[in-house]
Design a protein around this ligand. Sequence first.
Ligand code: C2E
Ligand code: MG
Ligand code: MG
Length: 577
Amino acid sequence: MQDNKDIPKAKILIVDDNEKNLYAMESVLKSVHANIYLASDGKEALKLVLRHDFALIFLDVQMPEMDGYEVAKCLKQNQSSHNIPIIFVTAISYQQKNILEGYQSGGVDYLMKPIEPSILIAKTNIFIQLYESKAKLKETISKLNQIASTDPLTGLPNRNQFNLFFNKLLAMHQRHNHQFALLLLDLDNFKAVNDLHGHDTGDKLLIAVAKRLMACVRQSDHVARIGGDEYTILLPQIQNVNDVNTVAKNLLHSFAKSFVINKHPFKITTSIGIAFYPHAGRSTEGIFKAADIALYKAKEQGRNCFIHFSGPLNKIYQRQLRIERDLPQAIQNKEISISYQPRHDLQTNKITGAEILARWHHPKLGNISPVEFINIAETSGHIYTLGCQIINEAFDQIAKWQKKFGKLFLHFSFNLSVHQLFDMQFHHDLQSLADQYNINLHDIEIELTESVFSSDVEKLDAMLQNLHQLGVRCSIDDFGTGYSCISRLKLLPIQILKIDQSFIQHIHKSSDDDAIIKAIIALATSLKFRIIAEGIENKEQLLFLQKHGCHEAQGYYYAKPLIASEFENYYQKQIKR
Ligand code: C2E
Ligand code: MG
Ligand code: MG
């Protein structure tokens, strides 16, 4: 233990009014592993104790002015010195009752004069060892605390530490009625850096970002990395909104200069959500949620910007809470229904299938878009139950139609959330529902958005292979809005691309969009994908797509999403044509 460099050398204090005794003891103790301090009276001793952390004090009992027992009592009363072991030094002729008084005043041992060097050394060593063990324990605890509270990559406080600090700050501001701000940062498109340049580069970028953030804030501000590419900054003692805006602008500005990693310049930006205490909430969860909503809004507004949590945003938040709260019951009460949107072959104009779309008519809020509630069902963990219910209802309906019309020659497609896709139970349920309703899974398709590529590609491949073996076809929905690369898609069992409606709506409005659609169709057909255009609304769009070789189309031009009875009529009319 003696060669442990992190532990400071023990300090020992000898207090005696007799100089000869002082130096005699000091010279004996030269052989121990400690620094020796000397004091010739009680007052001097107390002064030294204020400045040093002693492992042991030898205290002469008989001293003029303040005797050893008085000094000991003072030390015991003081918070910082009450744990220091004291050994009284006294003449051998000392009375038994006085010795007891010494223990009562806080001494742990006695040493009799004349002092026997070997006893002095032995006793001292015991206390040095005790001191060193305590110091080592203290150090280990502080290291453990550091590990538990520090992000090992950037050295910034981690989520634990952030939460602790946040709670402390909140308690303090509640007492003093001051305001503070929470800034939540999320790097824009950081995933692309990881994907294109590897995790090592990604890690280095995260470290560089941490440094830049630190350089933008004051000492009293608290920067933390709370996960992947998410950072938080707490700004205590805010006078007004402008202060925070200045910080936020500086932060955005600091990203303007490229980050140089492995001699490569990287351009990256960040989005920032800002929430104030007490305006945005009075609890840590409330304020955090508010900053998160503002961040989400900042992403939606095109990234590389900051947004304050505000009244209107609060309305959105309250609505989300309401939807989240009502969703489980809506699922249970089967308030969520389905509609069928037909799709057609662009060459023959025949109906080829239908997309199943979820519908929720809320008793108070009216119709809620699936864009809104599916997202909430995903984050609140209800998507699985809801997804199965939708499939169950659709299969039940399809089975009824099969009884009525015989084989339908239609493909039915379901929008699938990643959570469902990655759950093996879903694969089993799909198979058993198909068995139960006598549905041929070759007639079934699933639609996935490009966001699935942000998950583990090997796992994704395994899941898709499994569906492929069941006979299910897979399509990429809203194709063109993400950044998946067509040739990479070809490595996975994916057969269909659904071109996003935003492209279709720009047909003949912008020559760039026309060129993009033509290129997508040409490339996708050469790679043997089946191509479906979404959201076609007029004849011009239809003719353009037909001319350039798109296979199928779906949109208001044919029909809006229809309830089961409407779809049945539509189907009957179509097959009679
Ligand atoms: P999506 O899968 O891309 O569905 C197409 C959306 O475009 C549907 O909106 C549809 O009503 C709308 N649409 C169809 N034709 C046209 C058109 O000609 N013009 C215009 N302007 N819009 C058209 P909807 O039903 O509101 O669904 C929105 C999104 O919600 C869907 O996008 C899908 O991502 C998601 N969604 C819907 N149902 C489900 C579901 O059961 N499960 C999951 N996971 N997601 C679902
Ligand atoms: Mg879809
Ligand atoms: Mg779509």
